[in-house]
Write a protein that binds this ligand. Structure first.
Ligand SMILES: Cc1ncc(COP(=O)(O)O)c(C=O)c1O
Length: 454
């Protein structure tokens, strides 16, 4: 539904809740001012209602969580919470945990390689990353990590090892082990040369884990050149490192494929491939093109849209790699109170069932075409430096962070929720729910164009 705004935004009630919160929450958590934030009362589909009764259109999917819209897994939650809200995840687990592990194995390693994958659950996304980093240590005996500038993997101490946006790390640097090498994350427009040079200088014998987002999200919606993941895969194979794809943001059709790494199996093409193909299938060219099969990570981290709204995350890995963990003798080395929570598992099962039954490629493609068309009309405006992204994960690079912040606030006043992104906040991120309607998308695009022109 289109937005409907009855009050100033934020309205009186939101402002009052803001004052109350300011008294009792850590002051670093929620940004509070006269024009920010609105307090949410309920949400459905692509809409959010605030405490003042205003209806908004959420072009963020609530940080990418509300895959097919708010509430699409609510019925599964209701059914599960009626019978079992909690189990003893690593001792006497819920039945649904088994079912979810089986489905996660099917959609990852069984789909990619015809072999089972194994799961290690967490609650928040960063916990899946930490589980992956621990797995890599056990599998390789090496503590070194290779990660990327601009990379974002969450803010737990383990995940901070991979953090590529410096200011998230800096106050805590003294408690973070110096085990990480960070190299440049290449943009699509730059090609792979700088990345190759920098990778060539890394001492692979020390690296146990290569941690990477196939498309950087929080770093400013940065799409790497096609072939990037293939080269990382080849490097990991050469030096014996574990390749970890952090698909917490990009997973579950955000980019138009089930996972962003699925694009490297032929959906996108770099210039060189296009040239090779146009030259025809000489034997050498053919072999090179055919060698570009799917890029399969050793471990994949998933969260956010996995459940559509419950804090559950997972690291799924090749069984051979995951079996680096010793068999449990009664004490798990890595677990937590809520591991494999039955409500989260039931919601994730329902979310994956919905994604698999809806012909998502078509659903996302349709909305993505509309989004791309809307954004293409912005590129001629002089404050817009670049429009980039894939599927329903798009970023508008603008000339300054202030410009994006003003724009985001103006959009909010008009009823559309959006967020700044990138280390400097100068990217407007648009990641709407996958099931957004044509009318909703058109409204947002018209609004955005009008506000930028103004
Ligand atoms: C790629 C990526 N990894 C990890 C995380 C951390 O997830 P969480 O905030 O649920 O811990 C995020 C969160 O935005 C993310 O985008």
């Amino acid at each position: 539904m289109l937005p409907k705004i009855f009050t100033n935004v934020p309205g009186e009630k939101s402002l009052a809740w803001g004052r109350r919160l300011g008294e009792v929450e850590c002051r670093n958590t929620t940004f509070l001012s006269e024009d920010w934030p609105i307090f949410w009362e309920r949400a459905e589909g692509a809409n959010v209602w605030d405490v003042d009764g205003n209806r908004f259109l959420d072009m963020t999917s609530g940080f990418g969580v509300a895959g097919l819209g708010y509430g699409f897994t609510a019925e599964a939650l209701r059914r599960q919470s009626d019978v079992l809200m909690h189990a003893m995840g690593d001792v006497h687990p819920a039945r649904v945990k088994v079912e979810l592990c089986e489905v996660l194995s099917q959609i990852t390693y069984e789909r990619w390689e015809g072999r089972k994958g194994k799961c290690l659950f967490g609650n928040s996304g960063f916990e899946a990353v930490e589980a992956a980093l621990k797995t890599a240590v056990l599998a390789t005996g090496r503590t070194g990590i290779l990660s990327f500038e601009g990379g974002y993997h969450g803010l737990g101490y383990g995940a901070l090892l991979g953090q590529g946006i410096g200011w998230f790390r800096e106050p805590f640097e003294g408690q973070i082990a110096k085990v990480t090498e960070r190299i440049h994350f290449p943009k699509e427009s730059e090609g792979l040369e700088t990345f190759r040079d920098e990778l060539g200088r890394v001492d692979g014998s020390k690296i146990g884990a290569v941690l990477v987002e196939p498309i950087q999200g929080r770093g400013g919606i940065i799409v790497p050149p096609d072939g990037f993941l293939h080269e990382l895969r080849a490097w990991c194979d050469e030096v014996g490192a574990i390749l970890i794809f952090d698909e917490i943001y990009t997973g579950f059709w955000r980019t138009g494929k089930m996972f962003a790494c699925d694009w490297e199996s032929g959906g996108r093409q770099n210039d060189e491939d296009a040239r090779l193909e146009s030259r025809g299938p000489s034997e050498g060219n053919q072999a090179r093109l055919e060698s570009r099969g799917p890029v399969v990570p050793d471990l994949i981290c998933l969260g956010k849209a996995l459940s559509g709204g419950f804090p559950i995350s997972v690291c799924v890995g090749r069984a051979k790699v995951m079996d680096a963990w010793p068999e449990s003798g009664g004490e798990a080395l890595h677990t937590s109170t809520f591991l494999g929570n039955p409500m989260g598992c039931a919601m994730a099962l329902e979310a994956i069932r919905c994604y698999r039954s809806q012909g998502m490629e078509g659903v996302v493609q349709h909305a993505a075409d509309q989004l791309e068309f809307g954004l293409s009309r912005l590129v001629s405006l002089n404050v817009v430096k670049e429009v980039r992204g894939i599927g329903l994960m798009m970023g508008v690079q603008m000339d300054s962070g202030e410009r994006v912040l003003d724009l985001v606030k103006a959009m909010l006043r008009a009823g559309v929720i959006a967020l700044p992104d990138g280390p400097k906040g100068d990217v407007l991120a648009l990641t709407p729910p996958l099931g957004i309607s044509g009318e909703e998308m058109e409204f947002s695009m018209e609004l955005l164009k009008g506000l930028i022109e103004f």
